[in-house]
Design a protein around this ligand. Structure first.
Ligand code: PLP
Length: 355
């Protein structure tokens, strides 16, 4: 990536590093943080210059609008290190575009692309040693923005903070995922904010997910809020369903998040000659297919796990097991995507960006 910023990003270095205290062979997901973070303030109608500072707590006024009205958005992406210690990002401009789509929906200011990409690049260069190299591990990147502006009046804030924090993370093993098709609660609604990566969407999922967990499931399959008949997402992932040899996923809408992994899966499936359909998929159709034996696979798609295969789904009082396939689409697609991400293969799509 070539620098387009007029001035270099100022770096205030941490006096000591925590890196020697980290057990890189046993990294959990998103719970170890590097020495530095990128911070950028929005004040008086403009973004100030981003700076890199030691990682640590923030100080905010109790009336900051994030606490009261939840103006907050985020992104999730990863940096990968190959065997030559070269570092790569995967479709980073797509994350930047989506951040601004979320910002616009939440009445927050858009963040400039060069600040996003150059800021991320400078932070990753500084924290290069923190990027794990063992198979399946990566640097999880969390860009986020929230309302720091003050006052109890319910209106958009006049000040915001944008940050990027880095969390070296181990391979994400979800195990045998047992999910429950949800018919009472909804993740999102027509005209709502389901397509935005905004905090409240996730807060609203915790309670129904907790209830599903009490019944022995690990995740919820979201259905549409109106009829609860159309299958929409799997937890905080997009969903794919294989019936026969056709791979089906729901169309994106204002209720469904436009995942970058989802788009990548569709593109790779297409180039592999797999028939894909982007259409409404009903609970009835999936239950019927399960009974007939034509339901072959269900999986979630998202940055954290890439592909998360579902072993069992529950609907009302019944559980339905999916077959264990030798040549699953899930395994093939995950390999194709991660081979591109980790620079193990040619990237014919222009997705991989070398730092
Ligand atoms: C982030 C997210 C996804 C997956 O998006 P990716 O860009 O593939 O990581 C899917 N659904 C929801 C609700 C999400 O928050």
């Amino acid at each position: 990536m070539k620098s387009t910023l007029k001035t270099a990003i100022a770096i205030h270095k941490a006096s000591t590093s925590k890196i020697d205290k980290v057990d890189f062979d046993n990294l959990a997901f998103g719970s170890t943080f590097t020495d530095h973070m990128l911070v950028c303030d929005y004040k008086n109608g403009a973004w100030e210059s981003p700076t890199i500072v030691p990682y640590g707590p923030l100080s905010l006024d109790p009336s900051a609008k994030i606490f009261h009205y939840g103006q907050s958005i985020f992104e999730g992406m990863k940096a990968y290190k190959d065997n030559n210690n070269d570092i790569f990002l995967f479709r980073p401009s797509d994350n930047h575009k989506r951040l601004n789509i979320s910002a616009s929906r939440m009445s927050m200011p858009e963040f400039p692309e060069e600040y996003f990409l150059e800021g991320l690049k400078a932070l990753l260069k500084l924290e290069e040693k923190w990027i794990p190299q063992t198979d399946g591990s990566a640097m999880y990147i969390r860009p986020f923005m929230f309302a720091s502006g003050e006052g109890f009046h319910a209106s958009p804030a006049d000040a915001y903070k944008f940050l990027i924090c880095l969390a070296p993370s181990g391979a994400y093993f979800s195990g045998k995922v047992k999910v429950r098709i949800e018919e009472t609660y909804s993740r999102s609604a027509n005209g709502g904010v389901g397509f935005a990566k905004t905090g409240g969407n996730y807060a609203g999922q915790f309670h129904p997910t907790q209830l599903a967990k009490q019944k022995g499931y690990s995740q919820v399959i979201w259905t549409d809020d109106n009829t609860h008949e159309n299958i929409e997402e799997a937890g905080a992932m997009n969903i794919f369903i294989r019936i026969g040899d056709t791979l089906v996923t729901a169309p994106t809408s204002d209720r469904i998040l436009d995942g970058i992994t989802r788009r990548s899966v569709l593109k790779i499936a297409e180039t592999e000659g797999i028939k894909t359909e982007i259409r409404n998929i009903t609970v009835t159709e999936v239950v019927e297919a399960a009974k007939k034996g034509t339901l072959k696979e269900m999986f979630g798609a998202g940055t954290a796990a890439v592909i998360s295969p579902i072993a069992t789904f529950g609907f009302r009082e019944s559980d339905y097991d999916l077959p264990e396939l030798e040549n699953s689409y899930a395994t093939m697609l995950k390999k194709r995507i991660t081979d591109i991400q980790y620079n193990r293969t040619e990237d014919n799509f222009g997705w991989r960006v070398k730092l």
